[in-house]
Design a protein around this ligand. Structure first.
Ligand SMILES: C[S@@+](CC[C@H](N)C(=O)[O-])C[C@H]1O[C@@H](n2cnc3c(N)ncnc32)[C@H](O)[C@@H]1O
Length: 259
């Protein structure tokens, strides 16, 4: 049975998060569910940013963990990408990884390049990411390092950092408020997860479904928010108990501004 004792965010052992175990378990190769998510995020960003100059935006990935694919999805349009993360170990892992990311990410990049627009124009994505990535350590409940981000992602974080529904809502709220008006975003969630193991340790999750996702985003998403459901594939489960993945694609309400 999936089990996580009731724990608020501050009670979980984030600094002991086994980055290598998590990365190997989730991202050593491209799963079919991540492929579907990546393709949908790619299409959303291509449509939303069709007339945006390359390397002109400030992006943020909140709770980056050991996952580079949200940053890769934002890469062509960004002059700076903040990878914000609480865990000391994940921060160290990210700082090392962005210098020259591992070969496993090439198949993720290839999915982005399946559409022959914008992504293939980035000649050397490794060098580009190394140049734009800014890994920052912090606790999102204390606020993010900036405001008015032009583009944002938060993958498997808001529902996977606590068992408390109020903290799930606050995490989405912190993310939403950090985006500038009109900023495209992609937020991914585990549906009905009750917790997960990383290495020898267990981490909390909050049981949510698409109704919770829509409700949490309603305060700041512009009309047109979409929530897609990705079925659990016929591959080894990522964690016990979850019933699928949810992907919210939208834009922050209000007019887009340029700086
Ligand atoms: C399930 S992992 C998801 C990691 C990554 N985004 C992914 O897609 O695989 C949850 C992440 O949230 C981070 N996290 C937990 N609490 C946080 C907080 N208060 N502020 C920022 N990050 C936090 C954890 O360290 C961990 O990297």
């Amino acid at each position: 049975m999936p089990f996580s004792p009731a724990r608020t965010n501050s009670e979980a052992p984030w600094d002991l998060f086994d980055s290598v175990a998590y990365h190997n378990h989730n991202y050593s190769s491209l799963r079919s569910d991540d492929r579907q998510i990546l393709a949908a995020v790619r299409d959303h960003f291509l449509a939303a940013l069709a007339s945006t100059d390359p390397a002109s935006l400030r992006g943020i990935d909140v709770g980056a963990g050991t996952n580079l694919y949200p940053s890769l999805a934002m890469l062509p349009w960004c002059r700076e990408i903040t990878l914000f993360e609480r865990s000391e170990r994940n921060v160290a892992w990210l700082r090392n990884e962005v210098v020259r990311y591992g070969d496993n990410w090439d198949e993720f990049w290839a999915v982005l390049c399946e559409r022959e627009e914008t992504y293939p124009e980035v000649a050397d994505p490794r060098a580009r990411l190394a140049g734009v990535a800014d890994v920052r350590q912090g606790d999102l409940f204390d606020g993010l390092p900036g405001t008015g981000y032009d583009l944002g992602t938060m993958f498997f974080v808001a529902e996977s950092l606590t068992t408390a529904h109020e903290e799930f809502e606050t995490a989405v709220d912190v993310f939403g408020r950090a985006l500038g008006p009109g900023a495209p975003f992609a937020v991914a969630f585990m549906e009905n997860s009750l917790g997960y193991e990383v290495g020898e340790l267990s981490f909390p999750a909050c049981r949510i479904d698409s109704t919770d996702v829509v409700a949490s985003l309603a305060g700041y998403a512009a009309p047109g928010l979409r929530v897609e459901r990705i079925e659990v594939p016929g591959e080894p489960l990522l964690r016990e108990g979850y019933t699928g993945m949810l992907l919210a694609l939208g834009r922050r309400g209000g007019e887009r501004t340029t700086d």
